[in-house]
Design a binder for this molecule. Structure first.
Ligand SMILES: [Zn+2]
Length: 199
């Protein structure tokens, strides 16, 4: 948008109205000329979103402008629930960490309003202690964490997420399927999951 009087592109928006076609009242920052412009705003696109909740997944549609950028870990409002983006699938069927909306086919997300349910397996030398725990979706499990669960204190050795098995690093609870631990003799621990056990 160019000032009709001096040709400058620097301006201030004084007024803006309309949704699909916006009428702008602009003031040139060079010469102070006030002029009107009409701009077409891009229509929002409907993008499929797959929201996982425990073992089931729900398909919904969300609308965004084509030039909006979405990233893994962004929090979105879908209807009356909040979800966190866990993966983005583009038109080349690739999973990417960020993308413009116009390149996307699907958004994968997990609800953040309900707790995540994560399996815990502790190898007690031949016998496996297996439990399910519920924790906040943004809770993080880190390989090496020392955890107290009931009378057992264990160290996390591996983490199995929706996509891979990790021997280092951390994962959010909402993408963690199971953590595997081995008992340790130390009495100090990073956190307690006793009250989080559901089965
Ligand atoms: Zn001007």
């Amino acid at each position: 948008m160019k000032c009709p009087a001096c040709g400058s592109h620097e301006h201030q928006v004084l007024k803006s109205k309309g949704k699909i076609t916006r009428e702008l009242l602009l003031k040139c920052e060079e010469c102070g000329n006030v002029f009107r412009e009409t701009v077409e705003t891009p229509r929002p696109l409907e993008i499929r979103i797959i929201i996982s909740k425990f073992e089931e997944s729900l398909k919904k549609w969300v609308s965004f402008y084509p030039d909006e950028i979405l990233r893994v870990d962004d929090i979105l409002e879908v209807g009356d629930e909040r979800v966190r983006i866990t993966s983005l699938e583009n038109k080349r069927n690739a999973r990417v960490m960020e993308s413009m909306v116009e390149d996307l086919i699907s958004i994968w997300a997990a609800s953040v309003d309900i707790p995540a349910r994560v399996g815990v397996s502790v190898d007690l030398h031949g016998r496996v202690l297996s439990r399910k725990v519920e924790v906040d979706r943004d809770f993080t499990f880190t390989v090496g964490d020392v955890v107290k669960m009931g009378r057992t204190i264990f160290r996390i050795k591996t983490i199995k997420t929706l996509e891979r098995r990790m021997r280092r690093g951390f994962a959010y609870a909402d993408v963690t399927k199971r953590v595997y631990g081995i008992p340790v003799s130390e009495r100090r621990y990073d956190y307690v999951l006793t009250m989080n056990v559901v089965t």
